[in-house]
Design a protein. Sequence first.
Length: 107
Amino acid sequence: MNEKSRSSTQRDRSAILADIVTIGLSIRGSITQKRRKLADGTERIYHQLQYWSEGKNHTIHIPDDLVDKFMAAVAERDILDGLVEELSDRDTQAVLSRREGKKKQQK
């Protein structure tokens, strides 16, 4: 998308903030599946949440009954990240448009 079309489709800051308010649970990271063969020969799937914090990768086991909630919260985080990026772009453009003019060149 070029700069001209981007500015013409830019949403109002309050609309972006209103969308952010609608975000429910938001969890950073990704969910992985671990397959394990049990002693009786059957296979079991375990789910883990992996995320980066304080310079380290962390892993949390997700109980089976909470997997759907965690997946939804990770998806909400992706939406939130997009909205925050959009808000930052909007604010950057707003600050740049308020510039009083270019500095005069010094001789």
